[in-house]
Write a new protein. Structure first.
Length: 305
């Protein structure tokens, strides 16, 4: 398997070992969700000190409360500081790590697959970029994207897999732009951003038709991109340029529109939910209300008047 090919599900076994410490209280993890390019874990960490061998993938840690004192040991350097909520720690793959946490801390750990970051770098014309450590500094965009990952951990929406794929590539692009060896100085990145363009009418038609066909099942961003012959990163950016929303949002809208059509008939609401790719009736109800301001049952009553 080459470095640019996704592997099986990204699971806990591929992480540094911080998340396996028994004192940490896990709230949600991505194990079992089928994510291949990203691994995420949301937890309450307790004070600890430890040394961790390098892994190939890249680690992000978002501090969700604090401030808290923390000491990092990276190859050739030791840093110690108090980190406020929103502080970001980023460790590139291939680096050993030492950590001393002084007080309890709520964190979100996100691992980005090495293959995925290299794929995004290629799409952005940044093949030579190498990620650099970030030691507690805020990055509001990374924070927003990371919080989206946290939300996706507990979202059983049929589009959650596509959403996670989208977020993983958006995070990789941000890190390459702001926290890499070439960053904002990269002319190739600027040129790519300026000329990304939209999907062709044929590509847009194939993508939307593919989504329509697959509304009752789980699909990935890579699945949709493949229907257009594009990489996931390039497809996501061109789709948003064409439609004004990311692919996962459009997919949810399509599912809600199908639910509206089915609710005009007599099919039980629980069956409507499953036919539209929702995990269960309550999931359909929450999403339907968010998009329409009404519940499926109320919509059905109104449609029958």
């Amino acid at each position: 398997m080459s470095a640019l090919q996704p592997g099986p599900e990204f699971n806990l076994a591929r992480t540094h070992g911080i998340l396996r410490r028994p004192e940490h209280q896990v709230i949600a993890r991505s194990d079992g969700l089928g994510w291949s390019g990203l691994y995420a874990s949301f937890q309450q960490e307790q004070p600890y000190e430890g040394e961790f061998a390098a892994v190939e993938d890249h680690l992000l840690v978002l501090h969700l409360n604090g401030p808290v004192g923390i000491r990092w040991r990276l190859p050739g350097t030791v840093r110690e500081r108090h980190v406020a909520p929103g502080g970001l720690f980023m460790l590139p793959g291939g680096m050993d790590l030492g950590v001393r946490l002084a007080a309890p801390l709520e964190t979100l750990h996100i691992y980005l697959g090495h293959w995925l970051v290299r794929e995004v770098a290629g799409d952005l014309g940044m093949d030579s970029a190498e990620l650099r450590p970030c030691l507690g500094e805020p990055d509001p965009l990374v924070e927003r994207l990371a919080l989206g990952v946290r939300d996706a951990l507990t979202d059983r929406d049929g589009a959650a897999h596509v959403y996670a794929d989208y977020l993983s590539r958006a995070l990789a692009a941000r890190l390459l732009r702001e926290h890499s060896s070439i960053g904002r100085r990269a002319t190739p990145f600027s040129a790519t951003e300026a000329t990304v363009g939209s999907l062709t009418p044929a590509q847009l038609r194939r993508a939307t038709e593919f989504m329509e066909i697959c509304l009752d099942r789980s699909i990935t961003l890579a699945d949709i991109a493949a229907s257009c012959g594009l990489s996931s990163t390039m497809f996501a950016r061109r789709f948003k340029q064409s439609m004004g929303v990311p692919p996962h949002q459009h997919l949810v809208r399509l599912r809600v529109e199908r639910a509206k059509r089915l609710l005009e008939g007599s099919q039980p609401i629980v069956e409507v939910a499953l036919a539209c790719g929702f995990a269960h009736q309550e999931h359909l109800t929450g999403t339907f209300r968010r998009f329409t301001g009404s519940t499926p049952a109320a919509f059905r009553r109104s449609a029958r008047r």
